[in-house]
Design a protein around this ligand. Structure first.
Ligand code: UD1
Length: 409
């Protein structure tokens, strides 16, 4: 409906593209559905758009099942390509979707290419005489690594400066946006929807059989003994800076080697990393079978959300170059070593369970030793309480209503 008329219904277009987007949007859709069920006006029509940046059973479909996400209403089918080509393909396809659907607000999450492409398409949409441009809402705004070599940093900065509504997960985000001159009235400190998903999914994750499948937990016995989980570490690596060049990748693997001699390190491999292991001839560093000798770096296919959450919860240590995993481990109280020079999520280091290792073999060894020397429980950051999406949805509605009133006057 036209935004100028009294709002009995509003339309939200929610964008997902890559794996970490799915857990950030599932709670928003649930919060909208709950609000609609309460019968309050306006009714919120939501359409889920999947750009297709990630695709297939392992990188996409399984997450829809695990998170009980509805099937996408619109699939852009863009797939993999260089950054320029991928971003351009999403921009082009999403502009067509926008022109056809003309929502009141477009919600983008995180910092992937789909996020910036869809924000840019929306920002450049020429307003129609009867319809103002849709608002752009960015969930997970304000995070900064201050490292412009990271494609995600470019995506964050551009998206934040295009957005009309910026939803912030941690206080560093408020300070960053203030310094960059983003008006305070656009910025809302709401907490973390990725943590909403984590808290809502823990019970389901506890039912996962992944520990048994990997030989890390003895199967239940009938005499009532508690199952024991063998100490293990969990590893993820996919950043181009860590896996694209042989030198960089090998120095990370050397940094892990002492730990791998003593414990199993479970490594669900991202497709880009899998490809690089082959291309760079690094297979000798890995095993494929966990039960064989119980140590070393054990490769598995990428895992679904619930299996991965189960592995994170039960790990003695998590080693990663991901963004979201730093937050999830802080929330779970599991020690985390981040294999990067910087983090855009400083709250996980200052108050949480995370430590920055850098990317040299020595730095990684020292960080692992630091984490092993004492149990850092850490604090749960402010507003990471499972209610972020419930805070966001009423703000979206109020802001669309304000915008409708402005268009009318
Ligand atoms: C993207 C995000 C990154 C995020 C990560 C999570 C950007 C710039 N990067 O990185 O921030 O942490 O997702 O996984 O958006 N591929 C497949 N199947 C897929 C997807 C990718 O095989 O479903 C392979 C392709 O060879 C592709 C490569 O992985 O070229 C990289 O994929 P891409 O989506 O470009 O970036 P990611 O490394 O996944």
């Amino acid at each position: 409906m036209a935004r100028g008329a009294a709002l009995s219904e509003m339309k939200i277009l929610i964008v997902v593209g890559a794996r970490p987007n799915f857990m950030k949007t599932a709670p928003l859709i649930r919060a909208i559905q709950e609000r609609n069920a309460s019968g309050k006006s306006p009714h919120v029509r939501h359409l889920l758009v999947h750009t297709g940046q990630h695709y297939g059973e392992l990188m996409s479909d399984r997450f829809f099942e695990d998170l009980q996400l509805p099937k996408p209403d619109i699939h852009l089918g863009v797939g993999s390509a260089t950054h320029g080509v991928q971003t351009a393909a999403i921009l082009r396809a999403f502009e067509e979707t926008l022109t056809r659907e003309w929502p009141d607000v477009v919600v983008v999450v995180g910092d992937v290419n789909s996020t910036v492409a869809c924000a840019l398409a929306t920002a450049k949409l020429p307003a129609r005489p009867d319809r103002p441009r849709p608002l752009i809402a960015h969930v997970e705004a304000g995070l900064r690594s201050f490292d412009r070599e990271m494609p995600e940093e470019i995506n964050r900065i551009v998206t934040d400066h295009l957005a009309d509504l910026l939803f912030v997960t941690e206080k560093s985000g408020l300070a960053n946006l203030r310094k960059e001159g983003v008006p305070a009235k656009k910025v809302f400190f709401v907490g973390n929807t990725m943590i909403d998903s984590l808290l809502a999914s823990q019970g389901q994750a506890d039912k996962s059989q992944v520990l048994e499948e990997l030989g890390l937990r003895a199967k239940s016995t009938s005499n009532g003994n508690h199952d024991t989980v063998r100490p293990y570490a969990l590893l993820t690596l996919h950043r181009p800076s860590n896996v694209d060049q042989a030198d960089a990748f090998e120095s990370v693997l050397k940094g892990l080697s002492d730990h791998a001699r003593k414990f199993p390190i479970v490594f669900p491999v991202h497709p880009r990393t899998r490809k690089k292991i082959g291309e760079l001839g690094l297979e000798k560093y890995f095993h494929r079978d966990a039960s064989k000798n119980g140590r070393g770096i054990i490769l598995t296919d990428p895992l679904g959300y619930l299996d991965f959450l189960c592995l994170m919860k039960n790990a003695s240590l998590v080693l990663t170059d991901s963004g979201g995993i730093q937050e999830e481990t802080t929330c779970l109280g599991v020690p985390c070593v981040t294999i990067r020079e910087n983090t855009e999520r400083p709250v996980t280091v200052k108050g949480g369970t995370n430590t920055l290792a850098g990317t040299t073999a020595g730095g990684i060894r020292q960080a692992i030793a630091r984490q092993a020397s004492g149990k850092r429980r850490g604090r749960i950051p402010e507003k990471w309480d499972g209610k972020a999406a419930q805070r966001i949805v009423p703000i979206l509605i109020a802001e669309v209503q304000k915008s409708a009133a402005r268009a009318k006057s």
